[in-house]
Write a protein that binds this ligand. Structure first.
Ligand code: GLV
Ligand code: MN
Ligand code: MN
Length: 420
């Protein structure tokens, strides 16, 4: 278990995360989806924290917050540090947010000292995929992948990504300008682990060596609505019953393969009345594994099983792939530097694969990317009970400061600075 040591700077980080959690679309609990009104409050609050550092926040056309802490010399390239500012429904206070708030804490701890590279804090507008079903909208803009197709994806209210951007007062035509240039040296993300591994190992921090790939799909089982009292069981085309049989298959497939996880996280049925056999059942599927082959085979198997179940029950089924994201390795040089910083912080340089998706896996397409995980008490995340120990936040700040100092004096990093 983490010790109860806490420091003012760690407490301040935690207080700030809790403050941002109060900016919510729901009156009870935290829910902040892509460019919803509370996102603006979040941006304004962060800008207020940055102002004493003489650092200005700006919002790019995809709704990402950026704040540049200058280098010792003008026009030096920059290292990005950040995470996402959107949340799942009924969220905790730390997923994503902690990475942005820790980045600001590191700038504060520099106390005006300038490095041979600039540091850019980034708060991504969308990572969770809650509003549009498609995650990583913010980070896709930074790697030049927020294209026409993604802009035309619609939310449950029929509002497109493009329209949401316009309604926030931004210009989607300016999205190409958000793409990172050659002056981006890399991306560093602090994030809670969101699982129980570090706690079980009594480790406060770890370096991430890879982020597991993930597939996200929507399935729609189509049957025939009919009277619940008059239709004999053998003459029904019940979309919910077909979907339920398939959900059992999802669980069995994942249980049969080490490391595979598969989740049906959302289920909606129509017409949705107690005395009507369902005509339609729409479900989501989320499949993850560190091997892309294992993941894609599992998805193919589950599509085949959905078709087989539907055919046997007189239903039809359609599937739509929302995301197929491969497993991404983090940058070996940055991992090595993080391990050294972990040692200096008094932590074992533990490495682990992330089962959760992160903006770092998108940024890695364009720049060297790395992550530092903080232990998650009881492994609970995506829930209001999500927490972090102040002592672990303190270690993360220490580790981050060691890392910045190491990079500032690293010959290899200087080569990267000179090349940029
Ligand atoms: C992000 O939280 C994910 O779904 O991995
Ligand atoms: Mn999350
Ligand atoms: Mn996250």
């Amino acid at each position: 278990m983490p010790t109860t040591v806490s420091t003012n700077r760690a407490d301040k980080v935690i207080d700030r995360c809790l403050r941002l959690a109060s900016f919510s679309e729901d009156s009870e609990g935290t829910r902040r989806t892509f460019l919803s009104p509370p996102t603006r409050d979040c941006h304004l609050e962060i800008a207020r924290w940055l102002s004493p550092l003489g650092v200005q926040a700006r919002i790019d056309a995809a709704g990402n917050l950026h704040a540049l802490y200058p280098a010792a010399q003008a026009n030096a390239p920059h290292l990005l540090i950040g995470s996402h500012l959107d949340t799942v429904p009924n969220a905790g206070a730390y997923d994503g947010i902690l990475g942005v708030v820790l980045a600001i804490a590191l700038l504060e701890e520099l106390q005006g000292r300038k490095l041979p590279f600039a540091v850019e804090v980034v708060g991504f507008s969308e990572e969770e995929g809650v509003r549009f079903g498609t995650p990583f909208i913010g980070s896709c803009a930074l790697v030049g992948r927020l294209d026409q197709k993604l802009l035309e994806v619609h939310d449950a209210q029929g509002i497109s990504v493009r329209k949401a951007i316009e309604e926030f007062g931004l210009n989607p035509e300016e999205i190409p300008q958000a793409e990172l240039g050659n002056d981006a040296l890399g991306y560093l993300e602090f994030h809670i682990e969101q699982g129980p591994v570090l706690e079980s190992l009594s480790q406060p921090l770890a370096a991430v060596d890879a982020i597991a790939g993930q597939s996200r799909l929507e399935f729609t089982f189509l049957g025939r609505a009919n009277h619940a009292g008059t239709t004999p069981m053998h003459l029904r085309c019940d979309a919910i019953a077909g979907a339920a049989e398939w959900i059992g298959a999802v669980e069995r497939v994942a249980q049969g393969v080490p490391g595979l996880v598969a989740t049906v996280g959302k289920l909606e049925a129509k017409p949705g009345a107690v005395n009507v056999i369902a005509a339609e059942a729409c479900l989501t599927l989320d499949v993850r594994h560190s091997s892309d082959d294992v993941r894609t085979h599992a998805v193919e198997d589950l599509i085949r099983q959905a078709q087989e179940i539907a055919a046997r029950r007189g239903l039809s089924v359609q599937e739509n792939t929302l995301l197929s994201q491969r497993t991404i390795a983090m940058d070996p040089f940055l991992i090595g530097e993080i391990e050294q910083a972990l040692r200096k912080t008094g932590c074992k340089p533990h490495r682990m694969v992330s089962g959760a998706g992160h903006d770092a896996m998108i940024l890695a397409e364009k720049v060297p990317a790395a992550m530092i995980f903080l232990r998650t008490p009881r492994g609970i995340s995506h829930d209001p009970a999500e927490s972090v120990a102040a002592a672990d936040v303190e270690k993360a700040i220490e580790c981050g400061l060691h890392l910045l100092d190491q990079l500032a004096s690293s010959p290899e990093f200087h080569k990267r600075i000179n090349r940029a």
